[in-house]
Design a protein around this ligand. Structure first.
Ligand code: AMP
Ligand code: ZN
Length: 290
């Protein structure tokens, strides 16, 4: 059975609606799917309604965080699973991040417009709809306006972190986010802890400290990780008693990834569920192991 614990809908920056995401997963033989939109639980209800009886849905989110280790900073994504979506601290932080993403997205657009690129704030906000604004929404505006031919191309050029249009956003402190997810009854897993160079600041020693603070696992098998990175992460996970997951990070047509192209072992899923308090439960056949 394919267990894919990282996928995005158009509640954030994927292109499938939550219902389409669930259907796409079912058609690809994914038996357990986690919906993990960036900084929002806005897709949970629609995904739950669309869940086929034989599929298990794990409700989660991908939290935007930042960290500084030994004077080096990085933006790090943290997957949170089965936490209480009504937890006041999480509700408040997600509301702040939504505002922050809007401010930052519009600042990027403003720089592009000032440079003569034929996109507009209204266009990007229209593409984002109710989702927290992300660079992929700007990428789609750039594709629609004929500036680039794909979102991938936009990320490789105009939307890159080194591009002159880039504007950072103020994310949640990583340690704070780990504790916040635990306090809300959930379990946290570092998303793609290698993949991009800056994430090398996440040393084994630092990951060990996060484990002490409540981190449950590392995303070991991710499309951005090569063989050596997977081996290294597996070793770090073993050293610190962390779970090692595998997931696609599917984004619909925004990224060239197949849903279910990476999978998590059933025993790891069981252990992950055991790390949660039961406020939010898996929906479907793979229930709580306790
Ligand atoms: P942002 O969160 O606004 O900084 O945008 C970065 C996010 O865009 C990443 O977390 C990815 O999940 C997503 N993304 C979607 N499509 C792409 C792509 N083609 N290349 C890189 N990132 C992408
Ligand atoms: Zn993701």
């Amino acid at each position: 059975m394919i267990i894919d614990l990282h996928a995005h809908s158009d509640a954030s920056d994927g292109t499938d609606s939550p219902a389409e995401l669930v259907r796409t997963a079912a058609a690809a033989d994914v038996g357990v799917l986690a919906i993990t939109d960036h900084d929002t639980t806005g897709g949970w209800v629609e995904a739950a309604k669309a869940r086929p009886p034989l599929m298990t849905l794990i409700r989660g989110a991908e939290f935007s965080t930042q960290v500084t280790v030994d004077g080096r900073s990085a933006s790090v994504h943290l997957l949170g699973y089965l936490f209480d979506a009504q937890d006041p601290v999480i509700v408040e932080e997600q509301a702040r991040l939504k505002q922050e993403r809007r401010r930052r997205g519009l600042a990027i657009v403003e720089r592009m417009v000032a440079d003569g690129l034929p996109i507009s704030a209204e266009q990007v906000l229209g593409i984002a709809g109710n989702a927290p604004v992300g660079r992929p929404h700007i990428g789609r505006a750039l594709v629609a306006s004929g500036v680039v031919t794909s979102v991938d191309e936009a990320f490789a050029t105009l939307l890159a972190g080194q591009a002159k249009y880039f504007v950072p956003k103020v994310d949640t402190d990583l340690g704070t986010a780990v504790r916040m997810i635990s306090a809300a009854g959930g379990a946290s897993v570092l998303a793609h802890p290698r993949g991009r160079g800056e994430r090398r600041v996440l040393t084994s020693d630092f990951i060990g400290k996060l484990a002490v603070e409540g981190l449950a696992g590392l995303e070991v098998n991710h499309p951005d990780h090569d063989r050596a990175e997977r081996a290294e992460l597996k070793e770090i996970a073993t050293r610190h008693g962390l779970l090692g997951t595998g997931s696609s990070d599917y984004h619909g047509s925004n990224k060239q990834l197949r849903i279910g192209q990476e999978s998590t072992a059933p025993a790891v899923l069981t252990a992950l569920i055991e790390r949660t308090s039961g406020i939010t439960v898996p929906l479907g056949p793979v229930g709580r192991a306790r």
